[in-house]
Design a protein around this ligand. Structure first.
Ligand SMILES: [Zn+2]
Length: 450
């Protein structure tokens, strides 16, 4: 209780003040706008879009392309070309107009070098407020206890230490999805009980491991007072939803987003997924970049409305989703969508009993980039036994030794010392049919004993 109050009334407002953009002010606004009539919402969205286009007129990339400096109507916006990831990769510097307090991010780079982007303080406050609004639909407020099963930074230990400190101040228990061994999970039970989380969030695959382990140990998760289990970053399967709802005694909400825009679509208690249209413009386009009709899958194309330091305008995310017309019985007029694709979560198991999310490989890749090791363009890990991992990599460098050593160091942090890591240079990494290329393939027979 005291922790919640300190986080809500001291730490969070302090961070807001330091950022110069109040998350709480954004949240109050979003809590009202969600009930505006659809036309009112659309009008407001268009006004924000005009501001974005005017801000983008300062950005060399858009200026050189000959974009309009203002928008007359929606039609003019829909005539702008779609922005591809490859363009953002190639023109990173000319897509920016840096301001104070910007933070840099990367997309998952399993299909090649990740896309770099920056987020400003206004973006972060708006995004965070969008998340808290959706949690509020289930009675969760900023400052409430949060249990998160999520990736952790690999590489410099101070980054993980800093994240844990921030988590503590945010009243959040950050459970590393890269260490979900039986022993580790058992050690968490007293801390989870003390925390009494109202919100649980994370990768569905990681939450599933936690829920199964707790059930087999007889540790109850359904009497903690959890209001909602929010799943993100991976496909949420029906069986996982049932399992998590039963384990935590709370509804499960699917959350959709991507690294470039954060999470921007949230499932409400009526099971519909609402787009935070005050923060983003989301379009669903066919192969000729024309809008698909309601109920038809289309390519997700997003424009961020509050990131003037690096506005991404009509950016193709690389996912498919379905626009849904109509109103939700929950009474909120935010537009509806349905997401059916995304990454499939998978866990890695080792001989030492370690269990961790394949998101690890993304964190290893991010760490390589952050530490300047750019000689590996792409990599894919194949596990053949509980101890053997082959890293297939693509490199244009003749001697990528330093990058390989850094990659192995990152992997070993989680795989453990006894794992055998082999590197194999390949010309290209084949894609899985019809899907995104993940970082990992498991070829361990299912009956392999730990
Ligand atoms: Zn709803």
């Amino acid at each position: 209780m005291l922790r919640s109050l300190l986080t809500r009334h001291a730490y969070m407002p302090l961070v807001s003040a330091l950022q110069g953009e109040s998350m709480f002010a954004c949240l109050r606004e979003l809590e009202e706008t969600q009930f505006l009539e659809p036309e009112g919402l659309k009008r407001r969205q268009f006004e924000e879009l005009r501001k974005t286009i005017r801000a983008a007129a300062r950005i060399p990339f858009y200026r050189e392309r000959g974009d309009p400096v203002d928008l007359a109507d929606w039609e003019e916006f829909l005539e702008l070309p779609v922005l591809e990831k490859a363009q953002v990769r190639a023109h990173y510097e000319s897509l920016r107009h840096p301001g104070p307090g910007e933070s840099q991010g990367h997309t998952s780079g399993s299909t090649g070098e990740p896309v770099r982007f920056t987020h400003g303080p206004l973006f972060r406050s708006r995004h965070e407020a969008g998340q808290w609004r959706a949690r509020g639909w289930y009675g969760v407020r900023p400052g409430d206890g949060v249990l998160a099963v999520w990736g952790r930074p690999v590489g410099p230990a101070r980054e993980w230490a800093l994240l844990r400190l921030k988590s503590f101040l945010n009243h959040l228990l950050h459970v590393s999805a890269f260490d979900l061994s039986e022993e580790f999970i058992r050690g968490l039970y007293p801390r989870i009980r003390r925390l009494r989380p109202r919100l649980v969030y994370g990768y569905p695959s990681g939450l599933e491991v936690l829920a199964r382990q707790a059930a087999s140990d007889g540790f109850r998760l359904d009497d903690l007072g959890v209001r909602v289990v929010a799943c993100t970053a991976e496909v949420l399967y029906g069986f996982q939803r049932e399992l998590l709802e039963e384990a935590f005694g709370a509804p499960v909400a699917d959350v959709y987003g991507c690294a470039e825009f954060g999470s921007f679509a949230h499932q409400c208690p009526q099971g519909r997924m609402h787009v935070a249209c005050e923060n983003v413009v989301v379009e669903f386009l066919d192969d000729s970049d024309r809008p698909v009709p309601s109920g038809t899958p289309g390519q997700v194309v997003v424009t961020s409305l509050h990131n003037p330091g690096m506005p991404l305008i009509r950016y193709r995310v690389g996912d498919m989703a379905v626009p849904i017309e109509g109103v939700c019985p929950c009474g909120r007029n935010l537009p509806l969508m349905d997401i059916r694709t995304g990454k499939v979560g998978q866990m890695v198991r080792t001989a030492g009993g370690r269990i961790f999310s394949t998101e690890l490989f993304d964190y290893v890749n991010k760490n390589l980039l952050a530490s300047g090791h750019r000689q590996i363009q792409a990599f894919h890990v194949v596990q053949t036994t509980l101890e053997d991992f082959t890293v297939r990599y693509v490199s244009e460098a003749s001697e990528p030794g330093a990058a390989l050593a850094a990659c192995e160091k990152g992997l070993r942090e989680v795989l453990g010392g006894q794992a055998r890591v082999l590197f194999e240079r390949v010309e290209e990494i084949p894609r899985h049919p019809g899907g995104k290329l993940g970082y990992f393939t498991c070829e361990v027979p299912p009956d392999a004993a730990p």
